[in-house]
Design a protein around this ligand. Structure first.
Ligand SMILES: Nc1ncnc2c1ncn2[C@@H]1O[C@H](COP(=O)(O)OP(=O)(O)OP(=O)(O)O)[C@@H](O)[C@H]1O
Length: 235
């Protein structure tokens, strides 16, 4: 079953300041959702609210499955992923060990995913010594190895070169084609255009536009979104 979520008046206040909301919107059941908006618009907070790791001050977020299923079928790749101080192989194996997968399954999946993320030759290297791009790819492999139904990514390609960015986009598109719902933020408008099935454009913590990708980029509905796409400063 496709997983969808509904936000009803979702509001996050921290230190007396509203950093998100109130947001009322539905997440589409499939596709790649790109969350766009200026710095501080609330993009990371929205992802964390949807993933259930940011406390709401008001309102609700509801997935169409139980809380337990929502939790176990989602993965989240943070902006600066933390690597275990162990080998690439052990980093990939870890999420499977947590769910007590069989040894044979762990060996099989670890090789498969190392191949998919282009780290097959690096399985025995310490993860902490990888380059920035390799770390991001490893974080992505580690997130996908349990085949999540929903994958959140916060700026997965920040500071990466073109090659690493392309490799990550390829893995994301493959994950999407094989049934993973993707919700991610990016500051890279080219990347947003390449990947978006739909766009959530946030401004000052509010959903300012929510449109199919093609429509948002060709025909944004508001002057703020137009200005943002032109590279103007939008506040
Ligand atoms: N725990 C917190 N306490 C106080 N303010 C916070 C907290 N977390 C985030 N903020 C503020 O809330 C606002 C929204 O933050 P958020 O990280 O969601 O924005 P963003 O759109 O992801 O920004 P960026 O593009 O810079 O990553 C920012 O102004 C941030 O400084």
């Amino acid at each position: 079953m496709a997983m969808t979520a509904t936000l009803q008046g979702a509001l996050v206040k921290r230190k007396g300041k509203t950093i998100l909301g109130p947001v009322t919107c539905d997440l589409l059941p499939e596709g790649i959702t790109i969350v766009l908006g200026p710095n501080g618009a609330g993009k990371t907070t929205l992802l964390k609210v949807l993933h259930g790791v940011e406390r709401l001050t008001e309102g609700t977020v509801r997935w169409n499955v139980s809380d337990e299923e929502a939790h176990t079928s989602q993965a989240y790749v943070f902006q600066s992923p933390i690597m275990l101080r162990r080998s690439v192989r052990q980093n990939l194996a870890y999420p499977l060990q947590l769910i007590r997968a069989s040894k044979a399954d762990i060996v099989r999946q670890t090789s498969h995913w190392a191949q998919r993320i282009g780290l097959a030759d690096a399985l025995d290297r310490p993860a902490t010594r990888l380059s920035g791009g390799e770390k991001q790819k490893l974080a992505l492999g580690r997130a996908l190895i349990r085949k999540p139904k929903v994958l959140f990514l916060d700026e997965p390609c920040a500071n990466l070169d073109g090659r690493a960015t392309r490799e990550i986009e390829n893995v994301l598109q493959e994950a999407y084609r094989t049934g993973t719902r993707i919700i991610m933020t990016t500051h890279d408008l080219g990347q947003a255009k390449r990947l978006a099935s739909d766009v959530i454009f946030l401004l000052k913590g509010q959903v300012h536009e929510q449109l199919p990708g093609s429509l948002f980029f060709d025909n944004p509905q508001t002057s703020e979104a137009r200005a943002f796409l032109q590279g103007d400063i939008v506040e």
